[in-house]
Design a binder for this molecule. Structure first.
Ligand code: NAP
Length: 331
């Protein structure tokens, strides 16, 4: 039927989550002031958790349309901020947690959750960036704010072949930093070199505890994995350096000591992309349009049809997905 559209819906029965495609109509959508015709969504680690049994209890309200990202064209707006035809994206703000998200051909949202796409970034590239790329930009901006500058010592990126990691490598290299990539996939070194990495560390080397203070190897780091790897990285950051921490692909624990902080003045900078304030959000998108090389973005991106999303989502939890996956919700 012409007035229905396809969406993925997560339901819960007796504590068990189930995911299925459904036909919805505008009447099924939650309240909001803007209706967006969605062109693309993306696949992030958090989406993998939701689509594979709601691991980590990301979804807190059922039924839920999952997908933490979306980009498309405004179809209806009762907000003065947007007009029909505007091209927009949304990331975070509780999408796929407490608010319906982007795995749908139409969405109704609050205008405050949307960002207008900056010139040069179309809907497909906006989702190639997605939450992962936006988070990478926030992580790099946090290092800049902490005065980590391009210089003799490199910046380390952990989980480098993943979504956040790949964008962080490309951004840092473009900004003139020398980038060392920590990866568990040595077969991805050529790919990472193509994005701008100039040296590599096997992630296994970082996964066991060393001395409380090690050799000062890095000016700073973008960490996407947490746990022992982040703890080891902290011991290897030079005096006055900083580490942006955004992820937990290796675990939520952090078995560190206070020594890197009190003897070297190392700063640990938390990154939360979900509730990042609107002004910082717009600044990050402006920076992405300026500083992320589009050829590198395209090289790290694969587009999959809506029907392949579930298969792909299982792969991301196994660490088998490289770079960014864009989901074409109309294919
Ligand atoms: N704070 C925020 O606002 C925010 C926003 C976005 C993402 N995140 C988090 O950031 C992390 C990365 O997200 P993503 O979308 O980039 O995920 P992703 O594409 O799956 O990348 C994660 C990468 O981590 C590495 N990895 C996977 N399993 C690991 C393990 N057991 N031990 C050590 N490393 C492992 C892999 O890189 P290699 O193969 O190169 O080793 C993998 O590609 C996730 O934890 C996600 O939830 C947080």
């Amino acid at each position: 039927m012409a007035d229905t559209f396809k969406a993925l819906v997560v339901t819960e029965t007796d504590g068990k989550a189930a995911v299925a495609f459904k036909d919805l109509s505008l009447n099924d959508l939650p309240p909001g002031d803007v209706v967006v015709r969605v062109a693309y969504s993306g696949l992030n680690y958090k989406d993998g958790l939701v689509l594979n049994g709601n691991k980590g209890k990301v979804v807190r309200k059922f039924p839920m349309v999952p997908g933490i990202d979306l980009a498309g064209t405004v179809e209806e707006s009762s907000s003065p901020l947007y007009r029909k035809g505007d091209v927009v994206a949304a990331t975070g703000w509780g999408l796929s947690e407490t608010e319906w998200g982007g795995y749908t051909q139409k969405a109704r949202l609050k205008a405050d959750w949307l960002v207008p796409l900056p010139p040069g970034i179309d809907v497909k590239r906006a989702m190639a960036i997605g939450t992962a790329g936006f988070t990478a930009m926030l992580a790099v901006m946090a290092l800049e704010d902490a005065r980590v500058k391009p210089g003799k010592l490199p910046v380390l990126v952990t989980g480098a072949a993943g979504g956040v990691g790949s964008v962080a490598v490309a951004l840092l290299a473009k900004l003139g930093y020398s980038v060392t990539a920590a990866t568990g996939r040595p077969d991805q070194q050529d790919y990472l070199r193509g994005l701008g990495a100039s040296a590599f560390v096997d992630r296994a080397q970082l996964a066991t505890a060393g001395r409380p203070l090690d050799k000062e190897l890095y000016a700073g780091a973008v960490d996407t994995v947490g746990s022992q790897i982040l703890a080891t990285v902290l011991t290897q950051v030079a005096r006055g350096g900083a580490v942006s921490t955004c992820g937990n692909a290796a675990g939520i624990d952090l078995p560190t000591s206070v020594l890197p902080f009190i003897l070297r003045g190392v700063a640990l900078l938390g990154i939360d992309s979900v509730f990042c304030p609107a002004e910082r959000r717009r600044e990050a998108w402006r920076r992405l349009a300026k500083d992320l090389p589009l050829d590198k973005l395209d090289a790290m991106t694969e587009v999959v049809p809506f029907g392949q999303l579930l298969d792909r989502s299982a792969q991301i939890l196994k660490g088998h997905v490289r770079g960014r996956t864009v989901v074409d919700v109309n294919a």
